[in-house]
Design a protein around this ligand. Sequence first.
Ligand SMILES: [Mn+2]
Length: 308
Amino acid sequence: MRFEDLFKNAGQHGDANANDVTSPHMPHVPLTPLAIPEKKPKKRRSYRTIWISDIHLGTRGCNADMLIDFLDHVDSDTMYLVGDIIDGWRLKKKFYWPPMHNDVVWRILKRANRGTRIVYIPGNHDEMFRQFTGLNFGGVEIRRAAFHDTADGRRLMVLHGDEFDAVMLSHRWLAFVGDWAYELMMKLNVVVNKARNWMGLPYWSLSKMAKHKVKNAVEFIGKFETLVARAAKQRGVDGVVCGHIHTAEIRSIDGVQYYNDGDWVEGCNALVEHFDGSMEILNWADEIAVRETCEKDRNFEVLGEGAV
Ligand SMILES: [Mn+2]
């Protein structure tokens, strides 16, 4: 069917819906069902606030299935999406959008529709949404940064964290060096040295260099945390919530509370505020493991020892 055919009959003589703008005589297009049907537990675990970031939808690294499980099991009055939700950088290079990634967007929009206040602070990987700052997409407020007042009267600054990259300058990619990269380097080490040997060059340890770099990554994280906390102190707030470096953390730095909500690529973390204002980092992979063990135990009890 050609695009123009969609409108062929619209507004024609004899069409009962011709003047009804809510019914533009469009052919029926079946909706694509969710890849993972929404779980509706009797009662979702409820928090005052949830912060999540660095989901990187549009990449293979994104643990969308875990995030879907998380969204189906918890609820909150307010939810902050603290940047790098969609990875525009990667999508620009190669389009990758499995149905599960749509499921995540669907769940977030549905949450907004249910009445959860959702504040979206784009990061560096989804900076294309920064131009929509101050606008509202289906109940999702887009902000450059935000201030959050906790139940126990503290004021927190919320931002993604890439704002400090310019100050950090070198080695910013190092924070993302995970085990897989290290392993890959080990494998590369073998190949590189075979080649070097063939060319008559001496052995050169790539893994040794990698170890050095990982040490640098640890230093990088510490430096980042200090910088963010210092900026928060200058702003006169009690604490700061950010993401960006994929390292969940709650700690006090120089009298300022530093919170990092982690990521959904490696850690699968969320930062939550309880109704009394206390804060906690959730590790959803662990939560799933605990739940599955409990379910197994329950089945064990119901079925009895003989049935297993
Ligand atoms: Mn980032």
